[in-house]
Design a protein around this ligand. Sequence first.
Ligand SMILES: Cc1cc2nc3c(=O)[nH]c(=O)nc-3n(C[C@H](O)[C@H](O)[C@H](O)COP(=O)(O)OP(=O)(O)OC[C@H]3O[C@@H](n4cnc5c(N)ncnc54)[C@H](O)[C@@H]3O)c2cc1C
Length: 97
Amino acid sequence: MLSLADGREQQLDTLYSAPSSVVRSELARELGVHVLRNGDVQVDRRTMGTSLSGLYAIGDVVNGLSQISVAAGHAAVAATAIHHRLRKAALHTRQPP
Ligand SMILES: Cc1cc2nc3c(=O)[nH]c(=O)nc-3n(C[C@H](O)[C@H](O)[C@H](O)COP(=O)(O)OP(=O)(O)OC[C@H]3O[C@@H](n4cnc5c(N)ncnc54)[C@H](O)[C@@H]3O)c2cc1C
């Protein structure tokens, strides 16, 4: 039995709490990354790269569905983009034998 502040009572089988949450993007903002008005970091969805070259953002700090599986998907996209970027940079700096 759930007793509400106004005196009403409700019979429930299950009760889920829904705590509010805020996006912590202050650091990104301080670094000069483009952050949306609601605090979400803006990214290129193809790479998860932010407006600051070489900086990537994933998970809840990026707007979308806030779930673990989504954050893991973001991470896979970012890791692949970083791999390609580093490989390209290595090819450019490779010294001839
Ligand atoms: C109560 C609750 C229940 C949930 N249940 C589910 C569920 O059942 N299934 C599901 O898929 N998802 C669930 N989620 C959502 C899930 O937890 C998030 O989507 C997921 O954790 C996002 O991962 P993240 O790495 O983006 O952020 P987080 O897991 O929040 O990690 C961010 C980390 O950065 C740290 N941090 C923040 N600012 C700084 C700073 N300035 N310097 C250093 N560290 C910093 C934080 O302390 C935190 O450890 C739930 C969330 C909540 C709040």
